[in-house]
Design a protein around this ligand. Structure first.
Ligand SMILES: CC(=O)SCCNC(=O)CCNC(=O)[C@H](O)C(C)(C)COP(=O)(O)OP(=O)(O)OC[C@H]1O[C@@H](n2cnc3c(N)ncnc32)[C@H](O)[C@@H]1OP(=O)(O)O
Ligand SMILES: N[C@@H](CCO)C(=O)O
Length: 400
C-alpha cells in the first residue's frame, strides 16, 4: 500500500495470532481475569474473547481506524468470504477497494459482538466454571456491554481515537452508544437505519421471534447443545417473521407479487404455493445454518433494552452534550422498523447539543435492509461524509 506505514496490531500476542482462520487479518483477542468485562447486569465476565477482522493498515499516527459495528445477525466477516456460508462479506457494497470504506485508505476493524456466535464469547461458548456450554446461564448483555468490549479491543489494538464508527440497525445503536460513552474517542460517526431506543413495535416483533424459538421442543430451555440438537424450526420461524420487517410491502410486491412457485394453480394444501412463501421458507432455513438460537435471544434482548436517553434523565440531548464528533445520520423512506421519524428525533437531539450533524433520508422501496444493498445514493453519501471528515482529520488519499 503506497505511502502507508504498516503497523501490525501492536498488542496482539503470538497466541492470539495462532487463532487466525480463513483470512490473513482474522484474529481473536482474548481478555483474561485481569480485564473482566463489566456487564450492565452486574456480572464481571471473565475470561472472554472477541473475534474480529481487520482490513488495510493502520497509518503512522494511528488516525485512520474505522470500526464497523454489525447488525443483529451480522458478524466480523464484513468484506471477506464468509467461512460458514461461503458467500461474500455482508457489506461488500460499502467496504472494499474503490468502495467508500476503502482498505487502501483506512484501517478497518469489524468484531463479532459479545453474545454473538461467530467466535466472540456468547451463550454457545463454553462456561469455564462448568466446562459446559453456557446456554441460558450466560449473563444478559446490552448494547453498552457490546461497546465496552469493543473499546477493550480498540485499546488492545493501540488506537486512542477512531476516525469513524459506522453501523446500521443494531450496528447503528452501537455507533450511538460509542459516541455517548466515549465521545472523545470517536472523530466521526455514521449511524444508519437506527434509533436511540427500541420502539414498542420492535420489542413486540422480537418477543414474537423469541417465543417461536422457545416454543420449539428442541430448545430445552436453552440446553439443546448438551443434547447435540438445535431448535431449527423455531429459529427459522423467528427469522421468517423478522425478515418481513426488513423489507417493505412495495419490495415484496415488486419481487413476488402474487406469483406462484413452480406451479400454475393452487394445490389446495399448505405447501408453498406462492413465491413469497417459498422465499420466506428459504430465508428461514438458510439462516439456521449460520446462527445460534440462544444468541438470537440474547442479541434481540440487547436491542430491546437499548435506550440512550434513559441514562440521561430521559433527555436525549444530554447524552451528546458538548460532543465534538461529526455525525451523519441516514434513514430510508420505506424503513418501517426504524422509520425516518426516529432518525429525525436523533438529529434534533444532536442539534440541541450543538453537535455537527448531517442527515439524509434516502428514497427507496427496499425497506430497512436497504443499508445492506447496492443503493447508490447511500453509498455516495457515505463516501462524501467520510471524505469530508477525513479532510478535517488531516487524512490524505492513502493516508500518506
Ligand atoms: C453474515 C450475514 O449474512 S450478515 C447479516 C446481514 N445479512 C442478512 O441479513 C442476510 C439476509 N438478508 C437478506 O437476504 C435480505 O433479504 C437482503 C435485503 C440483505 C438481501 O436482499 P436481496 O439481495 O434483494 O436478496 P433477496 O432478498 O431477493 O434474497 C435472495 C435470496 O433469496 C432466494 N430466493 C429468491 N426467490 C426465492 C423463491 N421464490 N424461493 C426460494 N428462494 C428464493 C434467492 O435464491 C437468493 O438466495 P441466496 O441469498 O442464497 O443467493
Ligand atoms: N438483516 C440484518 C439487519 C437486521 O436489522 C440482520 O439480520 O442483521
Amino acid at each position: 500500500m503506497v505511502g502507508v506505514q504498516s503497523i501490525p496490531s501492536p498488542a496482539i500476542t503470538a497466541d492470539e495470532r495462532s487463532h487466525e482462520v480463513d483470512h490473513p487479518s482474522s484474529h481473536v483477542a482474548q481478555f483474561g481475569s485481569e480485564q473482566p468485562l463489566r456487564l450492565d447486569c452486574g456480572v464481571d465476565l471473565s475470561p472472554f474473547q472477541i473475534a474480529y477482522q481487520t482490513y488495510g493498515e493502520l497509518n503512522a499516527d494511528r488516525s485512520n481506524a474505522i470500526l464497523i459495528c454489525h447488525a443483529l445477525t451480522g458478524d466480523q466477516h464484513v468484506a471477506n468470504v464468509h467461512p460458514v456460508t461461503g458467500k461474500p462479506g455482508w457489506w461488500e457494497t460499502l467496504v472494499g477497494p474503490g468502495r467508500p470504506l476503502d482498505p487502501n485508505e483506512y484501517f478497518i476493524i469489524c468484531s463479532n459482538v459479545i453474545g454473538g456466535c461467530m467466535g466472540s464469547t456468547g451463550p454457545a461458548s463454553i462456561n469455564p466454571a462448568t466446562g459446559k456450554v453456557w446456554g441460558l446461564d450466560f449473563p444478559v448483555i446490552t448494547i453498552p456491554d457490546m461497546v465496552r468490549a469493543q473499546a477493550m479491543l480498540i485499546d488492545r489494538l493501540g488506537i486512542d481515537t477512531l476516525f469513524a464508527v459506522v453501523g446500521g440497525s443494531m450496528g447503528g445503536m452501537q455507533v450511538l452508544q460509542w459516541t455517548a460513552a466515549y465521545p472523545s474517542r470517536v472523530f466521526s460517526a455514521l449511524a444508519i437505519a437506527c434509533s436511540t431506543r427500541h420502539s414498542a413495535q420492535n420489542i413486540a416483533f422480537h418477543e414474537l421471534g423469541r417465543q417461536a424459538v422457545m416454543a420449539d421442543p428442541d430448545w430445552h430451555h436453552g440446553g439443546y447443545a448438551d443434547r447435540g440438537i438445535h431448535p431449527h424450526r423455531g429459529l427459522a420461524v423467528a427469522r421468517m417473521a423478522a425478515h418481513i420487517t426488513y423489507l417493505s410491502d412495495a419490495a415484496l410486491h415488486r419481487k413476488f407479487g402474487r406469483r406462484m412457485q413452480d406451479r400454475e394453480l393452487p394445490t389446495f394444501s399448505f405447501d408453498a404455493d406462492f413465491q413469497v412463501e417459498s422465499y420466506l421458507r428459504y430465508q428461514g432455513s438458510s439462516f439456521v445454518e449460520r446462527f445460534d438460537a440462544n444468541s438470537y435471544l440474547y442479541l434481540t434482548r440487547a436491542m430491546d433494552y437499548f435506550d440512550i436517553a434513559a441514562d440521561h434523565g430521559g433527555v436525549l440531548a444530554k447524552a451528546f452534550a458538548g460532543i465534538q464528533t461529526r455525525f451523519c445520520v441516514v434513514s430510508f423512506t420505506s424503513d418501517w422498523l426504524f422509520p425516518t421519524s426516529e432518525s429525525r428525533a436523533l438529529v434534533h437531539a444532536l442539534n440541541a447539543s450543538s453537535a455537527r450533524v448531517s442527515f439524509a433520508e434516502i428514497e427507496t422501496d427496499r425497506g430497512h435492509d436497504a443499508f445492506l444493498l447496492d443503493v447508490p445514493e447511500f453509498l455516495d453519501i457515505s463516501r462524501a461524509f467520510l471524505q469530508s471528515a477525513g479532510k478535517a482529520r488531516g487524512l490524505t488519499a492513502n493516508n500518506a
